[in-house]
Ligand binder design. Sequence first.
Ligand code: BG6
Length: 489
Amino acid sequence: MAFPKDFLWGGATAANQYEGGWNEDGKGISTSDCCTRGSRTKPREVTYKTKEGKIESQMMFDLNAPKGAIFGSFEGYDYPSYTATDFYHHYAEDIALFAEMGFKMFRMSINWTRIFPNGYDDEPNEKGLEFYDHVFDELYKYGIEPLVTLSHYETPVGLTNKWGSWADRRTIDCFVKYATTCFKRYKGKVKYWLTFNEINCIGFGGWMAAGLPTCDPQIIANATRNQLLASALAVKAAHTIDENMMVGNMIGYGTAYPYTCHPDDSMKQRKMQQGVDFYTDVQARGYYPSSQLKKYEREGIVLELTDQDKQTLKEGTIDFITFSYYMSSCVSADPEVEKNQGGNMMFGVKNPYLKASDWGWQIDPVGLRIALNDFYSKYQLPLMIVENGLGAVDKVEADGSIHDSYRIDYLRAHIEQMDKAINEDDVNLIGYTPWGCIDLVSASTGEMEKRYGFIYVDYQDDGTGVGKRSRKDSFYWYQKVIASDGEDL
Ligand code: BG6
């Protein structure tokens, strides 16, 4: 069976992991620019200056910085976002390679700090706006539709230092101003927008997803509400500026199974699922589901939601749903079983029926079909898978070739399940942009070694490499997949 002729095949990236040029042409520092390089075994850290003037750092996923800390990037630390894989200077070359593969869509993000360097500035940075003009013009040349994320782990650190970033409602206005600036500037060039990347990741990556200097659950709940309101206001603004604009959400998704058929495992899985679905419930339906309100109540979290807030959520519902999908996991009500956790961004009990990547992410193509069915039966909105792929170590052969058959196998198996979801289950899946279509820095570990690309970029974690691009075997394979509308796998 084949995919629809107008199916949006492409690839996905994010500025903080791809762009580099971290301080060029007036760009400010983003929260990612304060994250050090890590590895499979060494966690990433966030750097700051204490009010006594000492430079310190703490683990990114477990951050509770001292009061008065000023976040920033400092000499002596290695920050992979500084150069990333240098899209800033290679965009024309890279887009030509995407076009060669036959891309119909390219997912990228705008680096907020390129447009508003501190987040709260009065005027946008013209040089930053111009950069994305060039990128969109280049994509247009090849008929590639941009899919633009407004916030992909790139909150201006100026907002964290000023008032704690998304913990404060004033950040909503800053974001809406930034979004409106982009909608007006790129009207006619960009039709598809996403507001927040993996908005649900705020729950375990307060720093990464929202620039929060803490993991405090009340602050996370406030920041979540603020992002949901900001997203709704951005949707409204986009529709007012250009009625053709389509704005979607973005959820970090992993199908979760009850570990056994014990009813307690099933109940626990259900509760966990409600906790993930709540974000899409708000963004697609326009109100907080009662299950989430009850959860907050149980946990002693106070959700302040005014009548105006409720109205905003109702008026700013999304046009389509997008999500990332890399793996699945299991949920168990048995504390002994729960100890057997895997993964380093999404956690869960290991599934004995599945194999895992070298980073412990369990590979489950059927889980993708389940996810597609679940999203579609629940919301009946068009769907896009805007991230999927295998992070792996690639070996460059003496002749420069890269034989990444493991990546091809992974993607093929997932595309087969997408085919079934479209043609057998009648799911309205409209696009697929696998992650890191060109090698870039890993978000969870900050390393280069974990590569996803069809295109290899010669940068290594020890600082060597010149950024040269080369085609992996998967490049030619994906080219063939797109040319055959998904038939020749
Ligand atoms: C998603 C993020 O969670 O997963 C990306 O949106 C990230 O930014 C991707 O890169 C893969 O994760 P990692 O840690 O392998 O880079």
